[in-house]
Ligand binder design. Structure first.
Ligand code: GLU
Length: 372
């Protein structure tokens, strides 16, 4: 399965705090980070799209603020994150720019990945950054996320990011080299190189051990594997301690791979057509029907009628002039705005609405054609 990393198109790499910061001094491990970025650069040179989910803000910040060792109160970890995140972003920017990359910082909350409208915004911003050649460096916005609405661990955050951006590979780098049938120090514990199905037995193999620096243990990694593989991404749990951890995985280093059951596109389309309730209907002209059949996006110009009351990001049904369902998709505009811009060309949108929205009413990635 090491070929999964080589062949993946869009890769999310999650780095645990234990790798980024020195456990003795709490300082950033620059040499390690430089080697990781060298791996990222090599993969980019092969044409792979790369993004990083990085922990470490709280562990860097607590040292800067001289907070006592041990468990932090919520407000202390939020304060630590506010301080540490700057140092983290600075280090990434310096090291990535030495390789000629623009570094893009993205701080997400749980709601950004769960609420459809915000999710679509985050998704398209990250896609744009990748298209422009930047390397997104993502963390949870720990400073504003309160306990009830935060991930708290970057394993699940990274998995949600992977499925949100339709990545086909997620690598969780931490200080463990994968999943074992029993705690690794127990005689007879066997390492699993590949997991094809996350069964209750697999879930039972995950203990909760997490270090004081990182929030995620094996449980959150298995939860991440469930999210990632359902979203169409293969996922690896790998030990990132040595320099060049991504190169090591490619060269066959021991790790556990969780196999995805479908592709990111198939899983996203299944989600759009299967799990979302349609809140309105968009009727389109014959020209637009042809365009959709050729795999294009739906533009406002081809719309002849709007029914229902929906918001941006809601699911809608697309019909032809005779009322036949052609497709399902996620609308980039609310029903009110859609009524204003329907029949008009995309460059008139700003004048009609007073803000510049997306060129498409439904982007082709958000559109699922009905089988004839
Ligand atoms: N978001 C946290 C930080 O940057 C880390 C969470 C985790 O360790 O998984 O410090």
């Amino acid at each position: 399965m090491s070929t999964d990393l080589k062949n993946a198109q869009r890769v999310v790499v999650k780095i645990g705090s234990a790798l980024l910061t020195d456990s003795e001094t709490g300082k950033l491990n620059r040499t390690w980070l430089q080697a990781l970025v060298a791996d990222v650069a090599r993969m980019r040179a092969r044409g792979q799209e790369m993004m990083i989910v990085s922990s470490g803000a709280i562990s860097l910040g607590r040292r800067a603020l001289k907070l006592a060792p041990g468990k932090l109160k919520l407000e202390e970890s939020q304060a630590a994150a506010a301080v540490g995140q700057i140092g983290l972003a600075h280090a990434f920017q310096e090291i990535l720019s030495a390789y000629g990359f623009s570094c893009a910082q993205i701080l997400l909350t749980l709601e950004d990945t769960e609420e459809r409208r915000r999710y679509l915004n985050a998704r398209s911003t990250i896609a744009t950054l990748l298209k422009l050649g930047a390397v997104p460096v993502i963390n949870e916005n720990d400073t504003v996320a309160t306990s009830e609405i935060r991930y708290g661990d970057n394993d699940r955050l990274a998995a949600r990011v992977a499925s949100m951006v339709s990545a086909d590979c997620l690598v969780l780098l931490s200080d463990v080299d994968g999943l074992y049938t029993a705690p690794p120090h127990i005689p007879g514990a066997e390492h699993l190189a590949e997991v094809t199905e996350i069964t209750p037995e697999i879930e039972a193999m995950a203990g909760d051990a997490a270090s004081i620096y990182s929030r995620g243990g094996m449980k959150t990694k298995i939860a991440a594997a469930r999210i990632a593989t359902e979203g169409g991404a293969h996922m690896a749990i790998a030990n990132g301690r040595a320099l060049h951890p991504l190169k090591a995985i490619e060269d066959g280093a021991r790790c556990t791979w969780f196999a995805a059951h479908s592709t990111p596109v198939a899983s996203r389309k299944r989600w759009i057509s299967g799990s979302l309730k349609s809140l309105g209907t968009i009727t389109i002209d014959a020209g637009a029907v042809k365009a959709l059949e050729r795999g294009r996006s739906l533009l406002p110009a081809g719309i002849t009628a709007i029914e229902g009351d929906f918001g941006r990001g809601d699911a809608v049904t697309v019909r032809d002039a005779r009322g036949h369902e052609i497709a399902r998709g996620l609308s980039a505009y609310s029903s009110d705005d859609a009524r204003t811009i329907m029949g008009h060309s995309s460059h008139e949108t700003e004048e009609l609405l007073g803000y510049s929205g997306r060129a498409e009413m439904i982007h082709r990635d958000d559109l699922v054609l009905k089988k004839p």
